[in-house]
Every structure is written in C-alpha cells, then in structure tokens.
Design a protein around this ligand. Structure first.
Ligand code: ATR
Length: 284
C-alpha cells in the first residue's frame, strides 16, 4: 500500500495509457515487499523540461522514458552514461542525490532476452531491420559480440548513418536500404534476424517487414514487437522451421535492469513476465 514513506518511480511518455511497465514493476515491488510505487505520467513534448524539473523536485527515485521523449530528454539530464550518449537515446533515469543520470537498458535487455531464449549471438552474423531508436540501442550492444552486423532500413541514409556511428565507436557494421534484393543478399548467411520496426505491431498485424520466402530454417528470428505476441514475421519464422523469439523477453529484461538501478535489488523476472503476459492475454 502506498504510504508517506513510499518511494516513487514511473514512466513519462505520450501516449502512456497502454504501457505495461506500471503493472510489471508494481507486481515486482509487491512480490519483494518493497515500499515503492510505479506510476504512468503523460507528458506533452512542450512540457518535458518542466516534467524533469518536477521529477527532481518531487524526489522521484527515477523514471523510464518512452516515445516521444527518449532523444529529447538528454539535454535536460545532469549526466548521460557513455553508451546511452552514443545511442543518442535514454530509457531510464536514476536520481542520485538530486542529480539525474540517464541510461539505456533496451540494448542489454535485448541481448539478455536472446540469451534467455537459448541464443548466443557471439560470433554470429546479425541482420537488423530498422535504424530508429530501438535499433540504435540494440546494435550498440550486439555489435560488440557478433561477428558481422548488417542494418537495413526503409530510409537508407539512417542505416548508413547508424553503421557509420557504430564504426566511429570501434565496431564493424554495414548499412543499406530495405529492399527485397538487399534482404535476399544478406539473409543467405544471416544467423539472427532482428525486427526493430513497428511493422506488424497492433493494429497493423497483417504485415511483415520480411517476406516469408526469404526466411530459412537456420535462422533465429527475433521480433521486438510484443503486441501481438506472435507477429506475422514470427508466424512465418515458425512455418519455415526457424526459431522465433518474441518481444516480451526484451520488455521484461530492460525493465529488470532499470528495476535494479532504482532499488539495488535483483528483479523477480518471472513475476514481471507473468504480469506482462496476464495483461497481454487479458487474464486480469
Ligand atoms: P523506435 O524508437 O521504436 O525505434 P523510431 O526511432 O521512430 O522508433 O524508428 C522506427 C523505425 O521503424 C525506423 O527504422 C523506421 O524506418 P524509417 O527510418 O524509414 O522511418 C521503421 N519503420 C516504421 N514504419 C515502417 C514501415 N512501414 N516500413 C519499414 N520501416 C518502417
């Protein structure tokens, strides 16, 4: 129960009403008996600066940041961790004695989700579809472990820019436009395909960023979209005998990493996963 001594965390974004994070984190606080509460906070773009000041003034322990503030929040923070700065996006803020520090847990969350699914990206060729914020977060973590990284994006210049930013950070990466020819060429020797775009996400459920005929059975296909749980891309993957990995693992793991930053406690990932699944499957 919320009381006078309760520590407050939350998520700022717009829209925010469909976020699963409040349920996921509050289930974890309750399970561990921590006197914390996680609240959804709808913040308009024009109000972001004041919202960040407010979070400090209210002495929030921290907060998650989601669309559309992940990039614009950087300039309002006291400190930004170096990888988050290279990514150019923050999804987690921690209040350390009145100073707000920004981190990005999406990339590590994705890496942990793959490992949890029994997939080791070490020494593998990875093909990432998309070059937006989520792609930047994931590629900056995976580039350090995989042997080869290709990025294909609808807007070619963004894929080329991301590959060039990765190279400046000391990694090897290749960027190009998202065309059937490029997909065909890259997929032949790809081990892990990752969709970071919103193609296939509710309500756009009848679309896939990659046609079925280009997939093959030796692939792991990881879709960061979790609504629906089985996207059209993952259905294709299952049909061709590839290994599908859904987006729930990344959602839970990025949340679990933030949870530990705020509380110092190891997050109960199974409890968080159950809260997410209950929400997605309408079991609550
Ligand atoms: P996020 O933070 O979720 O990554 P984002 O930064 O807006 O969101 O990035 C969205 C990504 O999905 C981009 O790579 C975008 O491609 P563009 O750079 O060409 O805009 C991609 N995307 C969105 N809708 C798409 C579509 N219908 N087909 C292909 N790619 C799409």
């Amino acid at each position: 129960m919320v009381g006078g001594a309760t520590t407050v965390v939350g998520v700022i974004g717009n829209p925010i009403e469909h976020s699963l994070s409040p349920r996921m984190h509050n289930a974890a606080f309750e399970y561990l008996g921590l006197d914390y509460v996680y609240i959804p906070l709808r913040v308009l773009e024009k109000d972001l600066k004041n919202a960040v000041r407010g979070a400090k003034a209210f002495n929030f322990r921290g907060f998650n940041v989601t669309i559309p503030h992940k990039v614009s929040i950087l300039r309002f923070l006291d400190k930004v961790e170096s990888t988050a700065r290279k990514i150019g996006a923050v999804n987690t803020v921690v209040n350390e004695d009145g100073k707000l520090s920004g981190y990005n847990t999406d990339g590590l969350g994705a890496l942990e989700a793959l490992r949890e699914a029994g997939v080791d990206p070490e020494g593998k060729k990875i093909l990432v579809i998309g070059a937006g914020g989520a792609s930047r977060a994931i590629t900056f973590y995976l580039a350090g472990v995989c042997s080869e990284l290709a990025i294909l994006n609808r807007t070619r210049s963004k894929a080329v820019k991301l590959a060039s930013d990765l190279k400046s950070a000391g990694f090897k990466a290749y960027g190009n436009g998202l065309t059937v020819e490029a997909l065909e060429r890259e997929l032949v020797d790809t081990d892990i395909l990752i969709n970071t775009t919103s193609v296939g996400m509710h309500p756009d459920v009848d679309r896939s960023p990659v046609p079925e005929e280009l997939l093959h059975r030796d692939l792991v296909v990881f879709d960061i979209v979790y609504n629906p749980l089985e996207t059209m891309l993952l259905r294709y993957a299952r049909k061709v005998g590839a290994k599908p990995v859904d987006g729930v693992g990344m959602l839970v793991n990025q949340g679990a990493i933030s949870f530990k930053m705020w509380t110092g406690c190891e997050a109960p990932r199974d409890v968080m996963r159950k809260a997410v699944m209950d929400s997605l499957l309408g079991r609550d």
